[in-house]
Design a protein. Structure first.
Length: 479
């Protein structure tokens, strides 16, 4: 194994250590998806009648023809069913609810999401040529943004983020590093884009821009795409498309009717009946809340993302990176605008605006171009962001939806007061009172306190970083 692969393996394990240690308990969203996992594996059907009011109680469900269904995109549940099936066959019985949630989250969400860190490291290293800076870039995105807490929950946002970024890298390699346009690359791109949308419907926006970027790269390298090129891409995309059509047809009687069109919850039903499945025109007030308001602002929760602006200013002067600049900027800006049009833009019981997570890895490309004179600030903001995400991943925040509704109910106020901070007013005090999410330390060893539970992944991370240091030194001596 090459030194590069060893380093990337260490970085993968580093991200997985944190993603897989703190596991968010079941809420409506999680239970809806996991109820479908159980239904597929244990009952060989797609209805969640046996789970939605008992073991995995949820209000996130659709009702059609006398049965209850998950109202979520099926991608996450499908992946969960694939990993749960062999476990169920071997054990021959259902797991306890806590162990079921923890195992499914680690195997179906945390492990694939941890691939993001080595992917970022690899592309950053090719450009900045400094291993430790490439490592900082990778960790600032994978552990310093809400990708972290949502890679520890059975949602689809972080999973979709990895899929989107993987496709982008496949074609950035072609455009910037002259990688070959192979049938495998085309097939994988089609499949990943399709599965991304099957995981989170809103990522259709990202899919359109990624396809545009791919088309540009193919045309710039080999002229107008031939039928083989187009065919391999669509062949890959056909698999998730067939799953999407079949699932909707079986459950809701129409290939294009999704669960949100048959909501059981009256509030959700009303919301999704407005605009395009609940999405209306962009809202400037919502953009304020989503970006810099202390309650839910993404740049307050992950201040390291602010460094992307300096990276953007440098990147726009790199003419050879123009296509990547346009693609990334378009995805980020359009996604922010679209999500601001959501009726329930904060996403319910969500620490952050979870719908924004799929675009967060693309900030990592801007990080690559941050000027060296800002590195100390970059690292400082990265540590602050990681600390906040660590706390967010470790505490229970099922109260968040009520808190946000109360705050919004007081009317819009152009205020940046820290009194409105969701993190420092609500989450951090809960940490100090040991109101923790599921952790493996608690499950296996009965660890109840936050400091002992923090000590476990932080110690493992220290060991992994030490190994990375010695591997890096050995590589330098070898070459």
């Amino acid at each position: 194994m090459s030194f590069r692969k060893i380093e990337q393996s260490i970085i993968f394990l580093l991200a997985l250590t944190f993603y897989g240690y703190f596991i968010r308990p079941g809420d409506w969203n999680i239970n809806s998806r996991l109820g479908l996992v159980k239904a597929i594996v244990e009952e060989k059907r797609l209805v969640i009648d046996s789970y939605h009011e008992d073991e995995l109680i949820t209000g996130d469900k659709a009702y059609f023809n006398g049965h209850y269904y998950s109202d979520k995109a099926i991608g996450t549940s499908l992946l969960g069913a694939i990993v749960y099936l062999p476990i169920y066959i071997v054990t021959g019985q259902s797991l306890s609810t806590e162990l079921f949630i923890m195992l499914m989250t680690v195997l179906a969400i945390s492990i694939p999401c941890a691939l993001l860190a080595p992917l970022l490291y690899g592309i950053a290293l090719q450009i900045v040529k400094e291993k430790w800076m490439a490592l900082v870039i990778a960790l600032c995105i994978s552990l310093g943004t809400p990708i972290f807490p949502y890679a520890s929950a059975f949602y689809g946002h972080s999973l979709a983020a990895v899929q989107a970024f993987t496709v982008f890298l496949l074609w950035m390699e072609v455009n910037q590093f002259n990688a070959k346009i192979t049938p495998g690359r085309l097939f994988a791109s089609g499949f990943l884009i399709g599965f991304m949308v099957l995981t989170e419907y809103t990522t259709l926006i990202i899919a359109v821009i990624l396809i545009g970027y791919m088309t540009y790269v193919v045309r710039s390298k080999q002229g107008f795409p031939d039928w083989k090129t187009v065919g391999m891409f669509f062949l890959g995309g056909t698999i998730p498309l067939i799953i999407f059509i079949s699932y909707n047809w079986i459950c809701f009687g129409s290939p294009l009717t999704i669960g949100y069109a048959n909501e059981n919850n009256l509030e959700f039903k009303e919301v999704h009946s407005q605009g395009l499945m609940g999405i209306e025109l962009p809202n400037i007030e919502t953009l304020f809340y989503m970006t810099i308001h202390p309650m839910q602002g993404i740049f307050i929760q992950s201040p390291v993302l602010l460094m992307a602006f300096s990276g953007f200013m440098v990147m726009k002067r790199e003419k050879k990176m123009l296509a990547e600049l346009i693609a990334i900027t378009s995805m980020i800006l359009v996604y922010f605008l679209v999500i601001s049009g959501f009726q329930i833009w904060w996403g319910g019981a969500a620490f952050t605006v979870r719908h924004l997570i799929p675009i967060l890895p693309f900030f990592g490309i801007f990080f690559i171009f941050v000027p060296r004179k800002y590195y100390k600030l970059f690292i400082g903001l990265g540590i602050l962001s990681f600390s906040q995400m660590l706390v967010a991943s470790a505490v229970i925040y099922d109260f968040v939806d009520k808190y946000i509704r109360q705050t919004l109910g007081q009317g819009f106020a152009l205020s940046l007061s820290w009194k409105n901070s969701l993190f420092y007013r609500e989450l951090f005090p809960r940490l100090l009172h040991h109101q923790l999410t599921f952790t493996w330390g608690k499950y296996l060893f009965g660890l109840e306190s936050w400091y002992f539970n923090f000590a476990v992944p932080l110690t493992i991370a220290f060991v992994l970083l030490t190994i990375f240091y010695f591997v890096s030194k050995k590589e330098d001596k070898t070459y």
